[in-house]
Design a protein. Structure first.
Ligand SMILES: *[C@@H]1O[C@H](CO)[C@@H](O)[C@H](O)[C@H]1NC(C)=O
Ligand SMILES: *[C@@H]1O[C@H](CO)[C@@H](O)[C@H](O)[C@H]1NC(C)=O
Length: 304
C-alpha cells in the first residue's frame, strides 16, 4: 500500500509531463523505416551516423530528453499546439490564434524541415533537425498534443485500472501499452514488434485501401500547411473520442473499459498514419536535398 502514493505521483507528474510515450514515438519511427526508400535510408543513416536498422527508432525520443534541460528549454513549446476550441461542441485549429509566439508543433516541423534541407548548415545541426522532425511528426498524431483544454489534458484526473492518472498520460501511453501488451520496461522490443504488425496492415491489411489517402496533404514545399492538416485531423478526435462528453464529465471516470475500446482504434490508426507519413516526408526531404545540393553537399558533409 505504501507504494501507491508514489506510483500515483509518477503517473500524474513524471509520465504525464513526457510527450507521447516512448512506445508511440519509437513505433512511429520504426514504422517509417519500413517504408522509406533505400536512398532515404542511406541518407538518414549517414546523417544520424547510425548504420543499423534502428537509426530512426533510436532518435525518436531524443527531443523529450532535452526539453527540460537548460539549453533545450526553448524547444518545450514545440511539442504541441494549444487549440483554443471547446470540445466536444467545437473542435478546430487556427494557427494565428493557437500557436504561441515562441512557436508550436506546426512552426517547429516547418523550421526543422527547412533546416534539414539547408545545405549551408553544418551536419550536426541537420542531424539535430532530423531528430526533431522524427519526433514532431509523432507528436502531431497524439490528439491531446493538438488541444489546449487543461494543458492538453494534463490537468484532468481520471482513473486507469483503478489508479489515478491524468488524461494526457492515458493518451500518451496507457492506451497504447494496453493495446499491444508486453512489459513497459521494453519499449524498443514492443515498438519493433508493433511496427512490424502495422507495416503488414498498411501493405496488405486493413489500412491498405486508405494509405494513399493519408498522403493527400503532404507538400514538402509547404510544411506549415502539411502540419496544419495533420494537426486538424488529430484535434478532431478530441471532440469525437477524447472528450466526447466534455472535460468536466470525464473527471474521475474509469477509462480502461468502454472508453478504452473506442480509443484504442484511434491510437492504432494515428500511429500507423504517423509512421507512414513520416516515411513519405523523409523520402521527400532526402530527394530534395540531393537534387538541390548535389554539388554543394561535400562541404558541410566533410565536417563530420
Ligand atoms: C532496396 O534494398 C532491398 C534490401 O536491401 C533490396 O531488396 C531492394 O531491391 C532495394 N530496392 C531498390 C529499389 O534498390
Ligand atoms: C528553428 O530552429 C533553431 C535551431 O534549433 C532555433 O534556434 C530557432 O529558434 C527555431 N525557429 C523557430 C521559428 O522555431
Amino acid at each position: 500500500m505504501k507504494l501507491l502514493p508514489l506510483l500515483t505521483v509518477l503517473g500524474t507528474s513524471t509520465y504525464g509531463a513526457l510527450a507521447w510515450g516512448s512506445l508511440g514515438h519509437v513505433t512511429t519511427a520504426y514504422l517509417a523505416s519500413h517504408f522509406v526508400s533505400n536512398t532515404t535510408e542511406a541518407f538518414f543513416q549517414d546523417l544520424l551516423r547510425d548504420e543499423t536498422s534502428d537509426y530512426l527508432g533510436k532518435v525518436a525520443t531524443w527531443a523529450d530528453t532535452i526539453r527540460y534541460t537548460r539549453w533545450g528549454r526553448f524547444t518545450s513549446v514545440f511539442h504541441f499546439i494549444d487549440a483554443k476550441d471547446e470540445p466536444p461542441n467545437y473542435c478546430g485549429v487556427d494557427l494565428a490564434r493557437d500557436c504561441k509566439p515562441e512557436g508550436c508543433v506546426v512552426t517547429a516541423l516547418a523550421n526543422y524541415t527547412a533546416r534539414l534541407l539547408d545545405p549551408a548548415l553544418p551536419a550536426w545541426e541537420r542531424n539535430q533537425a532530423a531528430r526533431f522532425v522524427v519526433h514532431f511528426v509523432g507528436d502531431i498524431h497524439q490528439p491531446l498534443h493538438d488541444e489546449n483544454v487543461a494543458r492538453g489534458g494534463n490537468g484532468i484526473h481520471v482513473l486507469w485500472q483503478g489508479r489515478q492518472f491524468n488524461l494526457h498520460y492515458v493518451w500518451d501511453s496507457a492506451i497504447a501499452e494496453r493495446l499491444i501488451g508486453g512489459s513497459r520496461r521494453k519499449p524498443y522490443d514492443n515498438a519493433r514488434r508493433w511496427a512490424e504488425e502495422l507495416a503488414v496492415e498498411i501493405r496488405e491489411g486493413k489500412f491498405a485501401d486508405e494509405r494513399e489517402g493519408w498522403l493527400k496533404d503532404v507538400d514538402v514545399d509547404d510544411a506549415t500547411e502539411t502540419a496544419l492538416a495533420w494537426v486538424r485531423e488529430g484535434n478532431a478526435y478530441v471532440c469525437s473520442h477524447v472528450l466526447p462528453e466534455g472535460p468536466l464529465v470525464i473527471e474521475g471516470q474509469e477509462l480502461s473499459g468502454e472508453y478504452y475500446e473506442k480509443a484504442a482504434p484511434v491510437i492504432e490508426l494515428q500511429v500507423a498514419r504517423a509512421g507512414y507519413r513520416m516515411a513519405a516526408w523523409l523520402d521527400l526531404i532526402a530527394k530534395r536535398f540531393q537534387e538541390q545540393g548535389a554539388d554543394r553537399v561535400e562541404g558541410p558533409w566533410e565536417e563530420l
